[in-house]
Design a protein around this ligand. Structure first.
Ligand SMILES: NC(=O)c1ccc[n+]([C@@H]2O[C@H](COP(=O)([O-])OP(=O)(O)OC[C@H]3O[C@@H](n4cnc5c(N)ncnc54)[C@H](OP(=O)(O)O)[C@@H]3O)[C@@H](O)[C@H]2O)c1
Length: 302
């Protein structure tokens, strides 16, 4: 599943088969070769063909990012391609309303949204050239003071420890809605990774973005078929409200951050590409470093 790359730059995107990842992969194709990392070979082939029809080139890597071994294998496969990778977008993610466990037996949102992407990134880092951008799609719902997220039912990250998150256990006072604590806690892990890795690896640039609320994506599609149809119908109207977006609009903002040649690192951007503050908790370097350290200890236990 590889077309010949003739580009001077290559961009890696996880979860390019839907929503933000799909739109961003199409944008990045204007800037060079795109490496598509996803779990469904047929969907990957469709995106690859779409990019080729647009006059660019792509390579598909099949990986289940909830499976840490698969995530690490994908990183090794990308390194072996020996492409001039200039940017990596950790986008793949899930928001689940039904309980699930990963192939390693860990809570599925935490494994897919945080542990897999961290293992993937850690395994890829040694092969990345100085100045490469590594971007994570985070979410403002990790912040208990984020009013729109609180109105939607979130109560911010409920992090106790990586081991507790992997067991699906959270700090008291959480959300009444199924899956929200798991999602918010796992997405805080993306910010912890960006802030902590930026300090650990000054030769690379780590960035996070809150892309905006996108009712037109497949996120949360395990909830109810009716709700999905309704949110897809409302998406064209809701996009004009504050904090809402579309895949296409966000794809332009996200791709701008992935290709941005500035030295910005450890920066968190909002849906308009402006720097914003994360929660007080994850903005504390000691907390972010602890979150990443405990996650790596868990990953090392495999
Ligand atoms: N939508 C929002 O309002 C919103 C707001 C803030 C942040 N975000 C974040 O934005 C990112 C993208 O979300 P989206 O809204 O675009 O959702 P989406 O339409 O559901 O897209 C998710 C992508 O991730 C892939 N994926 C899911 N689990 C995977 C796994 N185990 N291994 C490999 N790939 C996997 C999906 O692949 P398949 O096509 O095979 O399912 C799909 O390509 C996520 O990190 C999400 O947390 C979304």
């Amino acid at each position: 599943m590889t077309s010949t790359p003739g580009a001077t730059a290559a961009w890696v995107v996880t979860g390019p088969t839907s929503g933000f990842g799909h739109a961003t992969a199409l944008e990045l194709a204007h800037h060079g070769h795109v490496v598509l990392v996803g779990r469904n070979p047929d969907k990957l082939a469709t995106v690859e063909a779409e990019i080729e029809r647009a006059g660019s080139s792509a390579t598909s890597i099949v990986a289940d990012l909830s499976d840490v071994l698969s995530a690490r294998r994908a990183a090794a496969q990308i390194a072996a391609l020996d492409l001039p990778v200039r940017g990596v977008l950790n986008n793949a993610g899930v928001m689940l309303t039904k309980p699930g466990v990963s192939p390693q037996g860990w809570e599925l949102s935490f494994a897919t949204n945080h542990l897999g992407p961290l293992a993937f990134t850690d395994a890829l880092l040694p092969s990345l050239a100085d100045g490469t951008n590594v971007v994570f799609i985070a979410s403002a719902c990790e912040d208990p003071e984020r009013v729109p997220a609180v109105r939607a039912g979130f109560r911010g990250s409920r992090y106790l420890s990586a081991e507790a998150s992997a067991r699906g256990e959270y700090a008291p006072g959480g959300s009444q809605r199924a899956g929200m604590d798991a999602y918010a806690t796992s997405k805080q892990g993306n910010l912890a990774a960006v802030f902590s890795l930026a300090r650990q690896h000054p030769r690379l640039r780590f960035r996070a973005i809150e892309p905006g609320v996108n009712p037109g994506s497949n996120l949360g599609s395990d909830a109810s078929a009716v709700l999905n149809v309704v949110s897809n119908l409302l998406a064209p109207v809701l996009q004009f409200l504050p904090h809402f977006t579309t895949s296409r609009r966000a794809g332009r903002v996200i791709s701008g951050i992935v290709v941005d040649p500035s030295e910005a690192t450890g920066v968190y951007y909002d849906e308009n590409g402006k720097a914003v503050r994360a929660s007080k908790q994850v903005s504390d370097p000691a907390f972010a470093d602890r979150y990443v350290r405990e996650s790596r200890e868990l990953l090392a236990s495999l």
